[in-house]
Design a protein around this ligand. Structure first.
Ligand SMILES: Nc1ncnc2c1ncn2[C@@H]1O[C@H](COP(=O)(O)OP(=O)(O)OP(=O)(O)O)[C@@H](O)[C@H]1O
Ligand SMILES: [Mg+2]
Length: 322
């Protein structure tokens, strides 16, 4: 089968809120789709529909060739879900959590025990196997949560913001685990608010906002559209701002923004940086800051939609924090 996950025109309303407003997407078997979007975009709603936890009001979706509405039972056999908020039992140890899931999946006790031990070791949790999950750090909790979704050896994984709130090291560790699963043939639908995460893990990215797909393509295609990186230059002397702006404009072929004493512009070709250095040096301009940094989600949104990510403070929050 070519596409492990497919959706056509998904619509989901909660009262007056339209969480999904006609979302279509597809995930090729054995690949990772990054579903990228800001708070409230509809990411979790989409994942819950694919996981058969929620029924769409319109449109249809299939997972592994099975319809999520009519064949929910078959879909559940294929899928592992790691929710946005860790679903482990705080009072149980890591091993007990995995054992419980194995038993709920109908595995005989010795097999469930063996699988729990295997996963605790694969996920570098063996040292904490006999401690209550409530004593785990955030990174350990996320690893346990991922392990929990793998007890039944699913061929498809839904990961809802798996690294939100993790420090860079824990995030890298989790990325490595996810890459390992993909190398083993698992198809992954991953939601994230971070462009760099989607870039690091996904074969293709679908960007959603207000329940609608606003862009889709490979990370490279998306970055070419939005500028993968941002060049930031701050001249020592503010009177040099016009020179800096014109050099940056010429070399990046964009219209730079001047934000206070800084000039910023999207960059797709990293060779721009040394060229900027040479040109400013020739012009006798000293700088106190000259950096290339990854485009933020906000910048991606700005270039895709012409407006920044909205502040979600006015809408209801989604329960307990991660
Ligand atoms: N059970 C629900 N009842 C009412 N409204 C809901 C419910 N679930 C989601 N919503 C609303 O639907 C919209 C999409 O929510 P969703 O949780 O899918 O967004 P998200 O992209 O996962 O956001 P986040 O990044 O904050 O997790 C939001 O406006 C949200 O408030
Ligand atoms: Mg969510």
């Amino acid at each position: 089968m070519d596409h492990a996950i497919q959706a056509e025109g998904l619509v989901k309303r909660f009262g007056k809120t339209t969480a999904l407003d006609g979302v279509s997407l597809s995930v090729r078997t054995g690949t990772v789709l990054g579903l990228l979007g800001p708070n409230g975009a509809g990411k979790t709603t989409a994942v819950r529909i694919f996981a058969t936890l929620l029924r769409p009001d319109d449109g249809h979706a299939s997972v592994g060739g099975y319809d999520v509405g009519r064949q929910a039972h078959q879909v559940r056999q294929l899928v592992g879900l790691t929710g946005q908020y860790a679903a482990v039992d705080e009072m149980l140890t890591g091993t007990e959590n995995l054992l419980l899931i194995g038993r709920l999946l109908g595995m005989p006790r010795p097999a469930a025990k063996q699988r729990a031990r295997e996963l605790m070791s694969d996920f570098d949790l063996a040292g904490a196997a006999d401690r209550a999950a409530k004593t785990y750090s955030g990174g350990m909790r996320r690893r346990l949560d991922l392990a929990a979704s793998l007890v039944g050896r699913p061929s498809m994984l839904f990961l809802d913001e798996p690294t939100t709130g993790l420090d860079p090291r824990a995030r890298n560790e989790l990325w490595a685990l996810i890459r390992g699963l993909v190398a083993g043939g698992v198809t992954v639908l991953l939601t994230t608010q971070y462009l760099d995460e989607a870039d690091a893990l996904a074969d293709e990215i679908t960007v959603i906002d207000h329940g609608r797909v606003i862009a889709a393509g490979t990370p490279d295609e998306l970055k070419a559209k939005t500028g993968s990186q941002k060049l930031v230059v701050r001249p020592e002397d503010e009177s040099h701002l016009p020179v800096v702006t014109s050099v940056v404009a010429e070399l990046t072929e964009t219209t730079p923004e001047v934000d206070g004493a800084r000039v910023t512009a999207p960059v797709t070709d990293p060779a721009v940086l040394p060229a900027v250095v040479r040109r400013l040096d020739d012009a006798g301009v000293l700088v106190t800051e000259l950096t290339l940094r990854g485009a933020s989600l906000n910048e991606v949104f700005l270039s895709l939609t012409g407006r920044p990510v909205e502040d979600e403070t006015d809408s209801e929050s989604e329960g307990r924090p991660a």
